[in-house]
Design a protein around this ligand. Structure first.
Ligand code: ADP
Ligand code: ADP
Length: 228
Protein backbone atom coordinates (compact mmCIF):
# COMPACT_ATOMS: atom_id res chain seq x y z
CA UNK A 1 0.00 0.00 0.00
CA UNK A 2 1.22 3.56 -0.67
CA UNK A 3 2.58 5.48 2.30
CA UNK A 4 1.53 8.80 0.73
CA UNK A 5 -1.31 9.47 -1.61
CA UNK A 6 -2.39 12.74 -3.19
CA UNK A 7 -5.73 12.47 -4.95
CA UNK A 8 -7.09 15.05 -7.35
CA UNK A 9 -5.57 17.77 -5.21
CA UNK A 10 -5.86 21.40 -6.20
CA UNK A 11 -4.37 24.28 -4.32
CA UNK A 12 -5.44 27.88 -4.56
CA UNK A 13 -3.98 30.37 -2.12
CA UNK A 14 -6.22 32.88 -0.37
CA UNK A 15 -5.05 35.63 -2.73
CA UNK A 16 -6.53 33.60 -5.62
CA UNK A 17 -3.23 32.22 -6.91
CA UNK A 18 -3.78 28.69 -8.27
CA UNK A 19 -0.64 26.58 -7.80
CA UNK A 20 -1.83 23.31 -9.35
CA UNK A 21 -4.99 21.45 -10.21
CA UNK A 22 -6.02 17.82 -10.08
CA UNK A 23 -2.66 16.48 -8.93
CA UNK A 24 -2.39 12.71 -8.43
CA UNK A 25 0.70 11.22 -6.81
CA UNK A 26 1.13 7.94 -5.01
CA UNK A 27 4.36 7.13 -3.17
CA UNK A 28 5.37 3.66 -1.98
CA UNK A 29 7.39 3.08 1.20
CA UNK A 30 11.13 3.30 0.57
CA UNK A 31 10.97 5.52 -2.51
CA UNK A 32 13.27 8.52 -2.83
CA UNK A 33 11.31 11.06 -4.80
CA UNK A 34 12.95 14.22 -6.12
CA UNK A 35 10.68 17.14 -6.93
CA UNK A 36 11.90 19.38 -9.71
CA UNK A 37 10.42 22.41 -11.41
CA UNK A 38 11.09 26.09 -12.01
CA UNK A 39 10.88 28.65 -9.20
CA UNK A 40 7.29 29.22 -8.23
CA UNK A 41 6.10 25.94 -9.76
CA UNK A 42 4.72 24.73 -6.43
CA UNK A 43 7.41 22.40 -5.07
CA UNK A 44 7.34 23.89 -1.54
CA UNK A 45 3.59 23.98 -1.63
CA UNK A 46 3.51 20.30 -2.59
CA UNK A 47 5.72 19.37 0.38
CA UNK A 48 3.62 21.49 2.73
CA UNK A 49 0.54 19.71 1.44
CA UNK A 50 1.86 16.19 2.05
CA UNK A 51 3.35 17.34 5.36
CA UNK A 52 -0.05 18.48 6.58
CA UNK A 53 0.96 22.13 6.81
CA UNK A 54 -1.65 23.28 4.33
CA UNK A 55 -4.87 21.77 3.13
CA UNK A 56 -5.78 21.23 -0.51
CA UNK A 57 -8.56 23.43 -1.83
CA UNK A 58 -9.96 20.30 -3.49
CA UNK A 59 -9.07 16.63 -3.27
CA UNK A 60 -7.28 14.91 -0.46
CA UNK A 61 -3.98 13.73 0.94
CA UNK A 62 -3.53 10.44 2.74
CA UNK A 63 -0.62 9.31 4.88
CA UNK A 64 -0.60 5.59 5.63
CA UNK A 65 -4.20 5.38 4.47
CA UNK A 66 -5.46 8.16 6.73
CA UNK A 67 -6.76 11.39 5.29
CA UNK A 68 -4.97 14.42 6.66
CA UNK A 69 -7.02 17.03 8.37
CA UNK A 70 -5.97 20.61 8.66
CA UNK A 71 -3.51 20.41 11.52
CA UNK A 72 -0.29 18.56 11.99
CA UNK A 73 -1.32 16.06 14.66
CA UNK A 74 1.15 14.37 17.04
CA UNK A 75 0.55 11.18 15.07
CA UNK A 76 1.55 12.85 11.82
CA UNK A 77 4.57 14.40 13.52
CA UNK A 78 5.66 10.90 14.57
CA UNK A 79 5.43 9.70 10.97
CA UNK A 80 6.46 12.63 8.81
CA UNK A 81 9.53 14.82 9.30
CA UNK A 82 9.93 18.19 7.61
CA UNK A 83 12.85 20.40 6.71
CA UNK A 84 11.67 23.82 5.58
CA UNK A 85 13.29 25.98 2.99
CA UNK A 86 13.88 28.51 5.75
CA UNK A 87 14.80 26.19 8.60
CA UNK A 88 14.75 28.94 11.23
CA UNK A 89 10.97 28.89 10.96
CA UNK A 90 11.06 25.62 12.84
CA UNK A 91 13.75 26.27 15.46
CA UNK A 92 12.44 26.14 18.99
CA UNK A 93 15.45 25.60 21.27
CA UNK A 94 18.04 28.01 22.73
CA UNK A 95 21.06 25.97 21.76
CA UNK A 96 22.16 23.88 18.81
CA UNK A 97 22.42 20.81 21.02
CA UNK A 98 18.91 21.25 22.43
CA UNK A 99 17.57 21.79 18.93
CA UNK A 100 18.87 18.42 17.73
CA UNK A 101 17.98 16.68 20.99
CA UNK A 102 14.41 17.97 21.10
CA UNK A 103 12.81 15.06 19.24
CA UNK A 104 14.45 12.57 21.61
CA UNK A 105 13.15 14.48 24.62
CA UNK A 106 9.62 14.56 23.27
CA UNK A 107 9.85 10.82 22.60
CA UNK A 108 10.97 10.25 26.20
CA UNK A 109 14.37 8.72 25.41
CA UNK A 110 16.92 8.18 28.19
CA UNK A 111 19.33 11.12 28.59
CA UNK A 112 22.27 8.93 27.63
CA UNK A 113 20.72 7.95 24.31
CA UNK A 114 19.74 11.55 23.56
CA UNK A 115 23.31 12.72 24.26
CA UNK A 116 24.89 9.93 22.22
CA UNK A 117 22.71 10.21 19.13
CA UNK A 118 22.70 14.02 19.15
CA UNK A 119 26.48 14.22 19.42
CA UNK A 120 26.81 11.71 16.58
CA UNK A 121 24.58 13.75 14.29
CA UNK A 122 26.25 17.03 15.26
CA UNK A 123 29.60 15.44 14.46
CA UNK A 124 28.37 14.10 11.12
CA UNK A 125 27.14 17.55 10.17
CA UNK A 126 30.17 19.44 11.53
CA UNK A 127 28.12 21.31 14.11
CA UNK A 128 29.58 19.91 17.31
CA UNK A 129 31.75 22.97 18.00
CA UNK A 130 28.59 25.06 17.85
CA UNK A 131 26.58 22.97 20.30
CA UNK A 132 26.10 25.77 22.85
CA UNK A 133 25.34 28.49 20.29
CA UNK A 134 21.88 29.86 19.66
CA UNK A 135 20.52 28.28 16.42
CA UNK A 136 19.52 31.70 15.10
CA UNK A 137 23.17 32.85 15.13
CA UNK A 138 24.28 30.15 12.67
CA UNK A 139 24.93 30.68 8.97
CA UNK A 140 22.23 29.66 6.51
CA UNK A 141 24.12 26.50 5.57
CA UNK A 142 24.64 25.56 9.23
CA UNK A 143 20.97 26.21 9.97
CA UNK A 144 19.96 23.88 7.19
CA UNK A 145 22.30 21.15 8.43
CA UNK A 146 20.97 21.58 11.95
CA UNK A 147 17.45 21.23 10.68
CA UNK A 148 18.30 18.00 8.84
CA UNK A 149 20.14 16.63 11.89
CA UNK A 150 17.14 17.30 14.13
CA UNK A 151 14.89 15.55 11.67
CA UNK A 152 17.15 12.51 11.33
CA UNK A 153 17.28 12.05 15.11
CA UNK A 154 13.55 11.39 15.20
CA UNK A 155 13.65 8.54 12.70
CA UNK A 156 10.29 9.26 11.12
CA UNK A 157 9.15 7.00 8.28
CA UNK A 158 8.72 9.83 5.79
CA UNK A 159 11.13 12.74 5.35
CA UNK A 160 10.15 15.86 3.45
CA UNK A 161 13.02 18.17 2.58
CA UNK A 162 12.79 21.51 0.83
CA UNK A 163 16.12 22.31 -0.86
CA UNK A 164 18.20 20.69 1.90
CA UNK A 165 21.49 21.15 0.05
CA UNK A 166 20.97 24.78 -0.94
CA UNK A 167 24.07 26.84 -0.14
CA UNK A 168 26.18 23.85 0.94
CA UNK A 169 29.58 23.12 -0.55
CA UNK A 170 30.12 19.90 -2.51
CA UNK A 171 31.61 17.96 0.41
CA UNK A 172 28.79 18.92 2.76
CA UNK A 173 26.17 18.15 0.15
CA UNK A 174 27.68 14.69 -0.32
CA UNK A 175 27.71 14.14 3.44
CA UNK A 176 24.07 15.18 3.82
CA UNK A 177 22.97 12.91 1.02
CA UNK A 178 25.04 10.03 2.31
CA UNK A 179 23.25 10.21 5.66
CA UNK A 180 19.90 10.38 3.91
CA UNK A 181 20.79 7.47 1.67
CA UNK A 182 21.56 5.33 4.72
CA UNK A 183 18.07 6.06 6.01
CA UNK A 184 16.54 5.42 2.62
CA UNK A 185 18.27 2.04 2.37
CA UNK A 186 16.85 1.23 5.80
CA UNK A 187 13.37 1.86 4.40
CA UNK A 188 12.73 5.56 5.02
CA UNK A 189 10.69 7.30 2.34
CA UNK A 190 12.18 10.59 1.14
CA UNK A 191 10.63 13.43 -0.81
CA UNK A 192 13.05 16.22 -1.66
CA UNK A 193 12.53 19.44 -3.58
CA UNK A 194 15.75 20.49 -5.25
CA UNK A 195 17.33 22.41 -8.10
CA UNK A 196 20.31 20.11 -8.20
CA UNK A 197 19.75 17.84 -11.16
CA UNK A 198 23.03 15.96 -10.64
CA UNK A 199 21.92 14.93 -7.17
CA UNK A 200 18.64 13.74 -8.54
CA UNK A 201 20.33 11.49 -11.07
CA UNK A 202 22.58 10.02 -8.41
CA UNK A 203 20.24 9.46 -5.49
CA UNK A 204 16.57 9.64 -6.35
CA UNK A 205 14.63 6.57 -7.44
CA UNK A 206 11.89 8.69 -8.94
CA UNK A 207 11.41 12.22 -10.22
CA UNK A 208 8.35 14.42 -10.26
CA UNK A 209 8.50 17.55 -12.39
CA UNK A 210 5.90 20.14 -11.45
CA UNK A 211 5.08 23.03 -13.77
CA UNK A 212 2.23 24.81 -15.51
CA UNK A 213 -0.06 23.83 -12.65
CA UNK A 214 0.36 20.11 -13.20
CA UNK A 215 2.65 17.11 -13.12
CA UNK A 216 4.86 17.25 -16.23
CA UNK A 217 6.90 14.12 -15.55
CA UNK A 218 6.70 11.19 -13.16
CA UNK A 219 9.23 8.44 -13.63
CA UNK A 220 12.79 7.26 -13.32
CA UNK A 221 15.56 9.86 -13.25
CA UNK A 222 17.60 8.41 -16.11
CA UNK A 223 14.69 8.48 -18.55
CA UNK A 224 14.22 12.20 -17.82
CA UNK A 225 17.84 13.02 -18.58
CA UNK A 226 18.14 10.87 -21.71
CA UNK A 227 17.49 13.20 -24.59
CA UNK A 228 16.37 11.49 -27.80
P1 ADP B 1 8.45 26.52 -5.56
O1 ADP B 1 8.77 25.83 -4.28
O2 ADP B 1 8.34 25.56 -6.71
O3 ADP B 1 9.39 27.64 -5.86
P2 ADP B 1 6.13 27.49 -4.14
O4 ADP B 1 5.39 26.30 -3.74
O5 ADP B 1 6.96 28.17 -3.11
O6 ADP B 1 6.99 27.16 -5.44
O7 ADP B 1 5.11 28.57 -4.69
C1 ADP B 1 4.20 28.26 -5.73
C2 ADP B 1 3.47 29.53 -6.10
O8 ADP B 1 2.58 29.88 -5.05
C3 ADP B 1 4.38 30.73 -6.31
O9 ADP B 1 3.82 31.50 -7.35
C4 ADP B 1 4.32 31.47 -4.97
O10 ADP B 1 4.58 32.83 -5.12
C5 ADP B 1 2.88 31.19 -4.56
N1 ADP B 1 2.71 31.14 -3.09
C6 ADP B 1 3.44 30.44 -2.20
N2 ADP B 1 2.98 30.60 -0.95
C7 ADP B 1 1.92 31.41 -1.07
C8 ADP B 1 1.00 31.98 -0.14
N3 ADP B 1 1.06 31.71 1.16
N4 ADP B 1 0.03 32.78 -0.63
C9 ADP B 1 -0.05 33.05 -1.94
N5 ADP B 1 0.77 32.56 -2.87
C10 ADP B 1 1.75 31.76 -2.45
P1 ADP C 1 8.99 28.41 4.40
O1 ADP C 1 10.05 27.61 3.74
O2 ADP C 1 9.04 28.31 5.88
O3 ADP C 1 7.64 28.19 3.83
P2 ADP C 1 9.09 30.85 2.89
O4 ADP C 1 10.06 31.98 3.01
O5 ADP C 1 9.02 30.07 1.64
O6 ADP C 1 9.37 29.91 4.15
O7 ADP C 1 7.63 31.41 3.21
C1 ADP C 1 7.38 32.14 4.36
C2 ADP C 1 5.89 32.33 4.47
O8 ADP C 1 5.41 33.16 3.43
C3 ADP C 1 5.13 31.01 4.36
O9 ADP C 1 4.08 31.00 5.27
C4 ADP C 1 4.63 30.99 2.93
O10 ADP C 1 3.44 30.25 2.78
C5 ADP C 1 4.42 32.46 2.66
N1 ADP C 1 4.63 32.81 1.24
C6 ADP C 1 5.60 32.34 0.44
N2 ADP C 1 5.48 32.84 -0.80
C7 ADP C 1 4.40 33.65 -0.77
C8 ADP C 1 3.75 34.48 -1.74
N3 ADP C 1 4.15 34.55 -3.01
N4 ADP C 1 2.67 35.16 -1.34
C9 ADP C 1 2.24 35.10 -0.09
N5 ADP C 1 2.81 34.35 0.87
C10 ADP C 1 3.87 33.64 0.53
Amino acid sequence: APILEVREASLRYKNGHVVWQGLNVSVQPGEWVAILGPNGAGKSTFLKLVGGLIEPTKGQVQVKGKTLSRYRTPELYDTVGFVFQNPEHQFIADTVFEEVAFGGKVAGWAQERIEQESVQLLTDFRLLDLRDKNPFTLSQGQKRRLSVAGMLLKRQEVLLLDEPTFGQDAATTAELLQRMQERNEAGTTILMATHDVELVAEYATRVLVIGEGKLLYDGRPHALFQQP
